[in-house]
Design a protein around this ligand. Structure first.
Ligand SMILES: *Cc1c(COP(=O)(O)O)cnc(C)c1O
Length: 239
């Protein structure tokens, strides 16, 4: 199956064709690794891309979108307020962003501090369902990446389970870049094992947010429930 050529120009990217291609890759990986394809949710990462490209993806049947620059995201959320969209905040969260994230998003994938979790819970508006939250794990212990060390996850998970305005759904990781497929699988397997440990200790975590454009199949092989795909759908970004 030929892939559409990469293009730096947003308006030349055929979002519908690329989405269809990604969905075919998800279905093929699910079939190969004995997964139900309905258990693998595609979060289209539209950060830095214009609302018109999000609308094109919506028209092609996409429902979940991920962002990590807050102001850019809020502009799109407002522009597309009439549409039925689940918005995922996938970036790091500083204290001064929690109020807007709690009010305008359905998910936060990268929580790694109790202080942030508590603010999101306190600031979730009355009448909205609890915010779905994942704990970000620094699965390869990289100095440059955020996320908790695996050994610190259980304590935060226990604390977060007490917060009424959020619902702890699972774990998220961004492993180091590796080219080899078997090597890509290892950190994802470690994240899954950590999730299984938490569930053996009373949690009911159903989400593994893992896999991006370059390592999606390896993540699906290891149990990803939410793959976060940007470049392969919307084309390359400047940042
Ligand atoms: C940008 C981003 C992605 C998407 O990455 P691609 O390589 O473009 O698919 C996924 N997850 C997070 C947290 C991101 O910031």
């Amino acid at each position: 199956m030929p892939r559409p050529a990469d293009s730096g120009r947003a308006d030349t990217v055929d979002v519908a064709a690329r989405l269809a291609d990604i969905r075919r890759r998800i279905d093929a990986a699910a079939a190969q690794y004995d997964r139900d394809p309905d258990d693998v949710h595609l979060v289209a990462i539209s950060k830095t891309k214009p609302a018109a490209m999000v609308a094109a993806a919506l028209d092609a049947g996409q429902h979940d979108f991920g962002e990590n620059y807050l102001q850019d995201a809020l502009d799109k959320i407002q522009a597309l307020a009439e549409r039925d969209i689940a918005w995922h905040f996938v970036g790091d969260i500083q204290s001064n962003k929690t109020r807007d994230i709690a009010a305008h998003f359905d998910w936060a994938h990268a929580v790694d501090r109790f202080k942030i979790a508590r603010r999101l819970s306190d600031q979730r508006p009355e009448g909205m369902a609890p915010l779905n939250v994942c704990i970000q794990v620094n699965i390869d212990a990289e100095a440059s990446k955020s996320g908790l060390a695996p050994g610190d996850v259980a304590e935060l998970a226990d604390q977060m389970a007490e917060l009424p305005g959020i619902r702890l759904r699972g774990l998220m990781a961004i492993p180091a870049v590796r080219d080899d497929f078997e090597a890509q699988r290892r950190p994802f397997a470690a994240l899954r094992a950590l999730r299984d440990d938490l569930n053996a200790n009373g949690h009911t975590l159903d989400v593994l947010s893992m896999g991006m454009s370059a390592d999606m199949e390896a993540a699906i092989a290891e149990g990803a429930t939410h793959v976060r795909i940007g470049t392969a759908i919307f084309g390359p970004r400047d940042r």
